[in-house]
Write a protein that binds this ligand. Structure first.
Ligand SMILES: C[S@@+](CC[C@H](N)C(=O)[O-])C[C@H]1O[C@@H](n2cnc3c(N)ncnc32)[C@H](O)[C@@H]1O
Length: 219
């Protein structure tokens, strides 16, 4: 059986070890079985290579690619749908999520503009299934000026996800009493949250920063 990287090389996507070397990381970090009937959304179709890669690796998957370029429509096939629109268009995102979601895996390989990456995450994360995976690719764009990046610059995706780390350790006020009676990490936060009215989300299981990839797992 071919590895994801071998399949990526065959289809010519830059996710392979010939360019970004994401596939070995995907094989280690994605929790799905290759025969699972998973639903995948990828932002950024280009020549359709990565959609074909996912389709061959997860042979029972259903795949949606979105892109602003209408030429990408030609890469639709029996298990691959293509919708044309922008990752920055909330109405478009809601429409495709309603028609094709919820998703097990969402990969953002679109414009890589930092404001777009954060905007799309905020629109799409709620359309992931529980235990679903959201991936921001080319996280190094977070440091490039032309993608609105910069080291430690507020507004980059790396800074945005760093700031969500506290939420990984927090299950939420309502769930605390149901789990156990012992002191929990949340206890440290509850007092501050109540007194300072801090908004901490409760839907993040993990945020994994890899070279070039940010992998967020939904609770
Ligand atoms: C890096 S390429 C995708 C490569 C593809 N995923 C692969 O691995 O073969 C980026 C794609 O994002 C698309 N794109 C750029 N801005 C976008 C936006 N605002 N919304 C959706 N797609 C966008 C581009 O048209 C381009 O096809």
């Amino acid at each position: 059986m071919n590895t994801l990287d071998e399949i990526a090389i065959k289809h010519g996507t830059d996710k392979s070890s010939l360019v970004h070397n994401y596939c070995n990381k995907y094989e280690k970090n994605l929790p799905f079985n290759r025969l699972d009937e998973i639903s995948i959304l990828e932002i950024g179709v280009l020549g359709g290579s990565s959609l074909n890669m996912w389709g061959e690796y997860y042979e029972n998957s259903k795949i949606l690619g979105i892109d602003i370029n209408p030429d990408c429509k030609q890469y639709a096939s029996n298990r691959v749908s293509i919708e044309i629109g922008s990752q920055t268009d909330a109405a478009f995102i809601e429409k495709i999520a309603r028609e094709h979601g919820p998703f097990d895996l969402i990969v953002d390989d679109g414009s890589h503009m930092q404001s777009h990456v954060i905007f799309s995450f905020n629109c799409l994360f709620k359309h992931l299934k529980p235990s679903g995976i959201y991936v921001v690719e080319d996280a190094s764009c977070s440091y490039w000026k032309k993608y609105e990046g910069g080291l430690h610059r507020i507004g980059t995706s790396v800074e945005y996800f760093k700031a969500l780390v506290d939420a990984v350790n927090f299950l939420g006020l309502t769930q605390v009493s149901n789990i156990n009676k012992h002191a929990r990490r949340e206890d440290l936060l509850i007092e501050r949250i109540a007194s300072e009215n801090i908004d901490i989300r409760t839907d993040l299981e993990s945020i994994n920063f890899l070279n070039g990839l940010i992998i967020i797992t939904k609770r």
